[in-house]
Design a protein around this ligand. Structure first.
Ligand code: ZN
Length: 249
């Protein structure tokens, strides 16, 4: 039994979270305290010092995957060319996906990775840009804003709406070829007979609109263009809902 290993949350740290000297003293007397290192990481501003704090916290909590990811992300902030860290970060994120916790976020991250990979395969972005965009997306999410990977890529000027729409179509085709259950509404509409080229044009318009803050659903755009009937839309939505529900059974 390790007398000096603090529990999480550490009751001592709760009271001194913003007090740099008190946190340092808590550690100096020999407490092995993950929370104290994390609190220090939040207080320091120099990236290298923050990295040191996260590294020490992570070493004390080897099975904390989120902490490991935060540490690896910080390593890449300090040295964007750290290929070992970027490899380890990819592996850690994959492990998080496999563990299946935070299922809602995991599904979005999964979709982001796939879409990002397609953009890399298309030559639209580099692998490094993909890493960077995933970081940007994660940072926006940490501020509490849900944002799609594609929108981040467009907003940061890395791809055009046309390129993103193309990638979304390729992603849909890939899922159809893999006989994976279709997920996006567009895929259900293609099954209803909507030509892929029209879906691609509607997606492009949707991305342009979203970029200027106008949110129109794919169904609304397609109806406005008279490329689908309301009946087709209702059928596609009903199938999508049914498949979604089956995921939870
Ligand atoms: Zn403690």
């Amino acid at each position: 039994m390790d007398e000096l290993l603090c529990p999480r949350p550490c009751p001592a740290v709760a009271a001194i979270r913003r007090d740099f000297n008190a946190l340092r003293d808590h550690l100096a007397v020999g407490h092995r305290c993950v929370d104290a290192w994390l609190a220090l990481a939040d207080l320091v501003t120099v990236p290298e010092r923050r990295l040191d704090c996260l590294g020490r916290a992570s070493a004390l909590a080897a099975d904390d995957l989120e902490l490991e990811i935060a540490y690896l992300e910080q390593r890449l902030i300090v040295d964007p060319g750290d290929t070992e860290a970027s490899g380890a970060l990819r592996a850690a994120r994959a492990r998080r996906v496999l563990m299946g916790h935070k299922p809602r976020i995991f599904k979005q991250m999964d979709a982001s990775l796939t879409l990002g990979t397609i953009l890399v395969q298309m030559g639209a972005i580099t692998g490094q840009e993909l890493e960077w965009l995933l970081e940007e997306q994660a940072a926006v999410r940490r501020r509490g804003n849900q944002v799609m990977f594609g929108d981040v890529a467009v907003a940061r000027g890395k791809v055009t709406p046309e390129t993103l729409a193309r990638a979304l179509i390729l992603q849909a085709q890939q899922r159809i070829n893999n006989e994976a259950a279709p997920r996006a509404l567009g895929e259900y509409l293609v099954a209803e007979g909507l030509p892929l080229e029209r879906l691609e044009q509607a997606l492009t318009e949707q991305i342009y609109l979203r970029r200027v803050g106008r949110h129109e659903t794919l169904g609304e755009i397609l109806l406005r263009r008279r490329w689908i009937t309301r009946d087709q839309l209702e059928r596609a939505l009903a199938k999508q809902r049914r498949d979604m529900m089956s995921l939870f059974r």
